[in-house]
Design a protein around this ligand. Structure first.
Ligand SMILES: *[C@@H]1O[C@H](CO)[C@@H](O)[C@H](O)[C@H]1NC(C)=O
Ligand SMILES: *[C@@H]1O[C@H](CO)[C@@H](O)[C@H](O)[C@H]1NC(C)=O
Ligand SMILES: *[C@@H]1O[C@H](CO)[C@@H](O)[C@H](O)[C@H]1NC(C)=O
Ligand SMILES: *[C@@H]1O[C@H](CO)[C@@H](O)[C@H](O)[C@H]1NC(C)=O
Length: 560
């Protein structure tokens, strides 16, 4: 296959006199133009306005997340966060005046007012933006996208818009790993209890995780605790599967707790249980038992769906204290769309500043991003998105017990978009020094490195639409780690302390003693050897896997 589809999207932004400010991208061979988009087709565009003080948001996030700060744990209110990201009145006026002149009436779609949405026919969008909206086939997924290779904005409007999406951004829909599903018969319970932990090398269930990571079996009790699970691509979990899962694997709990389903973008709220959502619900409700859990079913599998979920959450007065997401994108798709990538990342910073711990899986193709096919011809490794965002916690995968080693598929590496944050510089520089020249030129050593942590990720027994099967992937480790944090929050809330929120500054400065360091294995991909694990942080398993008891001692000892 030609290397050409890996040529990064080049963006030329040039001022062209009367035509205003033009943004043009080169045609990508991964996307084939099919035909002009029908002029009567309605197209929904999101307009992002520049935030008033984004540096202030980042500083405030670190201030409440650094255990050495006097403000540790003093999370911001909704209005405090919104004051940082709200657009300046001049921007709102410039953009709405321009739209009004064209008889277009925007809807405000974020609580802070930093995003507007318009719904207009293609003919109108073409004239408003000097665009040529075209149907493109996405060769990777076989789906069709409506995009334009160029837009142009009046000179007096352009400085007031960060981006208009979707226009010139060519980003494939989100990927969830399609975990292999091997149907199994669960072992008889009595047999299982007697043979812990050996049986855990055959199938992993909540009891194995409790045993191995010292996670309490007693259900959580704190009021005000909560855990959110993202679901895209028509994924859904059912109470019937969860009930059966509890019967089999949580005999200590008489009645399986229920979970809520909230629909965003007309996401489905019922149907047969599917792989990813069933796994995510069974290993949140089944591990963080007693923590009220909500599945957010998002109808849009695109970056728009991700933005809509985060805007939906940020509009609430009460946020889930933990949010786990086992979906993502290839970071290379955001080349030329860095403003969009930064907006995502800043949205997670807003959640963190308000006290939510945000977890994303690191991906299942080692150093080669979510999908082999999109990057295997690459001359460099392919980081996943949004794991490269410094304001969230990226979770890699391990396997085996005594010793616990890296899962070879564990996604990890270095972002090409986001620079390395201070909180991880000592850990990452230590790794890079020890790595020497290995993989030189294949990765960006100045980038934000991931994952941050990891957890077990193979042989997770899951009940899906009436059948038990084994699943593997960072899709399994992510809800597991998120559940540990939800249980830590339970203890903190019961002690009158604030929830953990953004945990990376804590983990990198003081967490090593409370995590199991993984020092064996690597994450090859596409024929490359990948990164080796090492003592301390590494881009395969991060700082390590959780030890709940040690983490509890650590977080209860903090001054907040
Ligand atoms: C608009 O895009 C179509 C492909 O959809 C192309 O055939 C046509 O030449 C383009 N028009 C202009 C004015 O660039
Ligand atoms: C749901 O599952 C049942 C039982 O496995 C099956 O008969 C039915 O066709 C499924 N429905 C859909 C919409 O897939
Ligand atoms: C990659 O593409 C090939 C051929 O197009 C296909 O057979 C294979 O299943 C794809 N692999 C993945 C991981 O998508
Ligand atoms: C490497 O990462 C930095 C951010 O740390 C970024 O500014 C730079 O453009 C990246 N280089 C390449 C070649 O992608």
């Amino acid at each position: 296959m030609a290397v050409s589809f890996l040529v990064p999207l080049l963006v030329a932004a040039l001022s062209v006199g009367v035509d205003g400010h033009q943004t043009t991208v080169l045609p990508q061979s991964k996307f084939i133009p099919l035909r002009p988009a029908s002029s009567t087709l309605s197209i929904q565009l999101t307009l992002a306005l520049p935030p008033t003080n984004i540096d202030g948001l980042h500083a405030a996030l670190y201030d409440v997340s650094d255990p050495k700060s006097p403000n540790y744990g003093k999370h911001l209110s909704k209005s405090e966060v919104e004051a940082f990201v709200a657009p300046k009145p001049g921007s709102v006026k410039a953009v709405t005046d321009w739209l009004t002149q064209h008889n277009v009436h925007p809807e405000v779609v974020s609580s802070s007012g930093d995003m507007l949405r318009i719904d207009i026919p293609v003919s109108k969008a073409n004239s408003l933006l000097g665009a040529n909206f075209t149907e493109f086939e996405d060769k990777t997924s076989g789906t069709t996208l409506v995009r334009t290779l160029s837009i142009s904005l009046p000179d007096d409007v352009e400085p007031h818009l960060k981006f208009i999406y979707p226009t010139t951004q060519f980003i494939s829909a989100t990927t969830r790993e399609k975990p292999s599903f091997q149907v199994v018969t669960p072992p008889a319970l009595a047999h299982k209890r007697q043979t812990l932990p050996q049986i855990c090398s055959v199938d992993v269930d909540p009891e194995c995780l409790e045993d191995f990571y010292h996670i309490p079996a007693a259900p959580a009790t704190a009021s005000g605790n909560s855990l959110g699970v993202s679901a895209y691509i028509d994924e859904i979990a059912t109470q019937a599967d969860l009930d059966f899962f509890f019967l089999a694997f949580r005999p200590d709990v008489t009645t399986a707790p229920d979970f809520s389903i909230v629909s965003v973008d007309n996401g489905i709220t019922s149907g047969n249980g599917t792989l990813e959502a069933s796994l995510d619900i069974q290993y949140t409700v089944g591990v963080a038992t007693g923590v009220p859990t909500t599945l957010y079913s998002v109808g849009q599998p695109t970056t728009e769906g991700f933005i809509d979920l985060v805007n939906f959450l940020l509009a609430q007065d009460e946020l889930p204290l933990v949010l786990t997401t086992s979906y993502g994108f290839n970071e290379v798709d955001f080349d030329g769309a860095e403003d969009l990538a930064n907006t995502f990342c800043d949205a997670y910073a807003q959640l963190g500043a308000r006290g939510t711990s945000v977890f994303f899986c690191s991906g299942d193709n080692g150093v080669y991003s979510f999908s082999f096919n999109s990057t295997c011809d690459a001359t460099t490794f392919g980081p996943t998105f949004p794991s490269g965002c410094p304001f969230l916690t990226s979770v890699g995968g391990t396997q085996g017990f005594t010793p616990e080693v890296a899962a070879p598929f564990s996604g990890g590496g270095f972002s090409n978009i986001f620079a390395r944050p201070d909180y991880q510089s000592t850990a990452v520089e230590g790794y890079l020094d020890a790595l020497g020249g290995t993989n030189a030129g294949l990765f960006n050593s100045t980038g934000r490195a991931f994952p941050d942590v990891s957890a077990q990720s193979v042989n997770f027994i899951t009940r899906i639409n009436g059948v038990f099967g084994l699943l593997e992937g960072t899709s399994a480790s992510t809800p597991t780690f998120a559940s540990v944090v939800a249980l830590l929050n339970d203890a903190l809330l019961n002690a009158g302390k604030p929830p953990l929120g953004f945990i990376n500054p804590l983990l990198y400065s003081q967490g090593a003693v409370a995590l199991n360091d993984i020092t064996s294995g690597s994450n090859p991909g596409c024929g490359a050897q990948g990164f080796p694990t090492m003592e301390g942080w590494d881009p395969v398993t991060g700082l390590g896997t959780p030890d709940y008891e040690k983490l509890l001692a650590l977080v209860m000892g903090l001054s907040a």
